[in-house]
Design a protein. Sequence first.
Length: 175
Amino acid sequence: MDTSTIIITAIMLAMFILPVILTGRSYKKKTKKLYQTLNQTIEQQGYTLSLYEICDNFFIGIDENANTLFFYKHYDKNEKFKVIKLSDISGCQLINKTKNVNTKHQQYSSIELLELALNSVDKNRPDTLLEFYNTEYDNLNMTEELKIAEKWKKLINDKIIKPDKFTALKGKKIV
């Protein structure tokens, strides 16, 4: 190979690789800053994060010792930050609203809304909704939202103390 071919190849590779590297670094900086800000807010309220996840424009975390869930979402120019005591929750369901799309050659379904519904112990209070994805203002392509929502649904349901478990144990000796 001659020198000019090597230089042109190096320039072409740099043109393709550099944007990917810069985008990845920018995303890491953004998520690190979001984590630091939210963690500071959570610690000021007397909590400590045990587990957390950040994906694009939302954050979900839990303080396992205080049995408290934290959820933050940023969209358009709005922000939502929720602190939820899991002792006030009786269950968690995944809401996945889809739309059927028909094209000339195929039919498929597309997710329009993905959220967790936290059912209140108090039946007079409405469910708390944690919105992971909405086509109205989120990116057109979902990344990890569905996987994360399913994971946290299971985690929340595992952490909820079910009243019927205690009633079943009432009066019994636990060894």
